[in-house]
Design a protein around this ligand. Structure first.
Ligand SMILES: *Cc1c(COP(=O)(O)O)cnc(C)c1O
Length: 246
């Protein structure tokens, strides 16, 4: 029988123990990064990125003490949230949609995401606003900024962010909570420190027009530096769950 990734079997108990150990290391690193930068560890939310893993990985991670989970594809988010509902649907975890969204999937994300990290255009904002109004909810959103300037990445140009954030304050069913970015891949996380620093500056500039609290930046390879530069949400996949299935 061909081995499909959906067939990947997970022993929830042994995975939960493995994740708990990695999470302890991560939390120690969070504490140290906060100490180095005069921050409190309580300001940091670790979002476990479970994309490509089966939903049992989420169950295991929840047993290990993780409450926030990120997915980058609408379809995968929907099917996992069906099995394990987020707070919006009365569950005890929070689902973060962290990937680029097509407007025709806006309704799906509004139906099950607790938080949206990838708001990258006003056209998408219009679609989400309409769907959120229909659903009678307010969707907390991060505005995604392409701080590295790589053509392959989604996100607003840094120069557009302030104007977009200002306009978003007029949307009744979207609440801008902060900014999000993906830094360039780098062998040495110090290389991307200037990108995180620029996001922090942009965050402060945009705070003039919206009461923002959050900065979503930092992944497995660079999260310590991201925290030193002001991240409140770090999105960790590989470091918590190991290499993703192909
Ligand atoms: C996959 C992904 C992550 C996690 O990446 P790791 O390097 O495995 O930690 C974080 N953010 C986004 C938007 C992702 O798509």
């Amino acid at each position: 029988m061909p081995k499909l990734k959906a067939d990947m079997m997970i022993d929830v108990q042994s995975q939960a123990r493995a994740i708990a150990e990695r999470l302890e290391d991560v939390r120690e690193r969070v504490v140290r990064a906060c100490q180095r930068s005069g921050r409190r560890a309580g300001e940091i939310t670790v979002v476990g990125v479970t994309k490509k893993f089966p939903v049992d990985m989420v169950t295991a991670a929840r047993e290990a003490g993780l409450h926030d989970f990120g997915e980058n594809r609408a379809q995968e988010l929907i099917s996992k949230a069906k099995a394990l509902p987020g707070a919006l649907q009365g569950g005890t975890i929070r689902w973060h949609m962290i990937g680029h969204l097509q407007r025709n999937k806006a309704r799906d994300v509004v139906a099950c995401a607790d938080v949206f990290h990838a708001l990258d255009s006003l056209r998408l904002a219009n679609a989400l606003e309409q769907r959120a109004a229909e659903a009678g909810r307010v969707l907390p959103c991060f505005v995604q900024v392409n701080v590295s300037g790589e053509a392959s990445k989604f996100g607003l140009d840094p120069g557009e962010a302030h104007d977009v954030v200002r306009r978003l304050t007029e949307y009744e069913h979207l609440r801008v909570v902060g900014l999000m970015t993906l830094a360039s891949p780098a062998a040495d996380p110090e290389d991307v420190r200037p990108q995180f620093r620029r996001m922090r500056t942009l965050f402060e500039t945009c705070s003039d027009v919206a009461p923002m609290t959050s900065l979503s930046m930092g992944m497995s390879g660079d999260f310590d530096v991201a925290i030193e530069e002001g991240a409140t949400h770090v999105r960790l996949g590989t470091l918590l769950f190991g290499p993703r299935p192909a």
